[in-house]
Design a protein around this ligand. Structure first.
Ligand code: NAD
Ligand code: UFG
Length: 331
């Protein structure tokens, strides 16, 4: 019996595949490479010394997805595949809704058809919207401020409705905070095309000298040093959270929601400092205006995952910066 991983060639998916293979799981990866490269699959094999099945397919291609379920004994699905750029989702909303929501609907329909009833889904802290107080708890109301965020809010609802209609499903919704870092081998990591939007990929390019300086988006927030505070989580810790969620899914039915964060917030300037220490390189910055849609602070209450999944983040901000830098240097 195998675990089907959608989006397994992507940033979080590839790290999760490494952890799954290390645990002895049989894997099938499906990806259309819309935001990843085939080389990542070889890197996963190199790191683990293990093999897996791969299908180059789009979740929107129902026949291709049906074929995967027909040809394999799939026991559960970890569903990463989706588009994730907030700004792009504002300019291309229909594409985001179609890819993320229709893709998930087709996947769920084909799972049901094949009798596969276990799913781990990649949600995001973005579903806490702009109005909840920190730390965020799983029972707080959800909302979104952009089409990407709405796809996560809507898919969460779809999965809850699916379980209500078919209580033999077992679904784990994981709300990730800010994943950063890379595998300690330096062979896989986050490698966005063009100029990065997110903080640590941008800092990495500044440290490497590919970009001249970071613009800090605002220093007048109600935080200790005035810059935005986020809950950064090492991608390998995050990957291990999926193993814990999968183990639990195998013992019960239902829908459970978990924050995967460290519970601790760091400011932009603290991240800059940690990256300078870890890389030994300067990260020059200027203070710019606030970025539209940003909030002052976002961090998790991680207690539910600790209690029910027996999972908690282990790695420090320094570890995240060191591993990000190792991957950046090797590129
Ligand atoms: P990623 O872009 O690196 O990985 C997603 C993978 O899915 C890519 O390899 C892409 O090619 C593939 N994909 C996209 N649409 C597909 C489709 N229709 N059919 C087949 N494959 C498709 O992104 P990531 O950072 O690894 O994120 C994984 C998941 O976690 C996403 O759902 C994302 O929204 C969610 N998430 C990410 C973050 C973050 O900051 N990285 C935060 C919260 C949630
Ligand atoms: N920041 C800068 N300069 C930059 C980039 C970011 O100062 O060049 C700041 C932001 O203002 C914010 C912090 O660094 O305070 C982190 O920003 P990111 O863009 O790395 O992350 P966000 O918290 O804004 O967004 C991330 C994901 C979204 C997801 C959201 C909530 O990118 O997809 O977390 O989970 F929706």
């Amino acid at each position: 019996m195998a675990v089907l991983v959608t989006g397994g060639a992507g940033y979080i998916g590839s790290h999760t595949c490494v952890e799954l293979l290390n645990e002895g799981e049989q894997l099938i990866i499906v990806d259309n490479f819309s935001n990843s490269k085939p080389e990542v699959l070889d890197q996963i094999r190199t790191i683990t010394g293990k093999d897996f099945l791969f299908y180059k397919a789009d979740l929107l291609d129902r026949e291709a997805i049906r074929k995967i379920f027909a040809e394999n004994a799939v026991e559960s699905v970890i569903h990463f595949a989706g588009l994730k750029a907030v700004g792009e989702s504002v300019s291309l909303p229909l594409w985001y809704y179609h890819n993320n929501i229709t893709g998930t609907l087709i996947l769920c329909e084909e799972m049901q058809r094949a009798g596969v009833k276990r799913m781990v889904f990649s949600s995001s802290a973005t579903v806490y919207g702009m109005n909840n107080p920190v730390p965020y708890r799983e029972d707080m109301p959800t909302s979104a401020t952009n089409p990407y965020g709405w796809t996560k809010v809507m898919i969460e609802q779809i999965l809850k409705d699916l379980y209500t209609a078919d209580p033999s499903f077992s679904i784990s919704i994981l709300r990730y905070f800010n994943p950063v870092g890379a595998h300690e081998s330096g062979l896989i990591g986050e490698d966005p095309n063009g100029i990065p939007n997110n903080l640590t990929p941008y800092i990495a390019k500044v440290a490497k000298g590919e970009l001249s300086k970071l613009t800090v988006y605002g220093d007048d927030y109600d935080t200790e040093d005035g810059t935005g505070v986020r809950d950064y989580i090492h991608v390998v810790d995050l990957a291990q959270g999926h193993l814990s969620a999968l183990k639990k899914l195998r013992t019960e039915t239902g829908v459970s929601i978990y924050n995967l964060g460290s519970g601790k917030g760091y400011s932009v300037l603290e991240v800059v400092k940690a990256y300078e220490e870890a890389s030994g390189r300067p990260v020059p910055y200027v203070i710019g205006p606030r970025r539209a849609g940003d909030i002052a602070s976002c961090y998790a209450d991680p207690e539910k995952a600790k209690r029910e999944l027996h999972w908690q983040a282990q790695k420090s901000l320094y570890d995240m910066c060191r591993d990000s830098w190792r991957f950046t240097e090797k590129k």
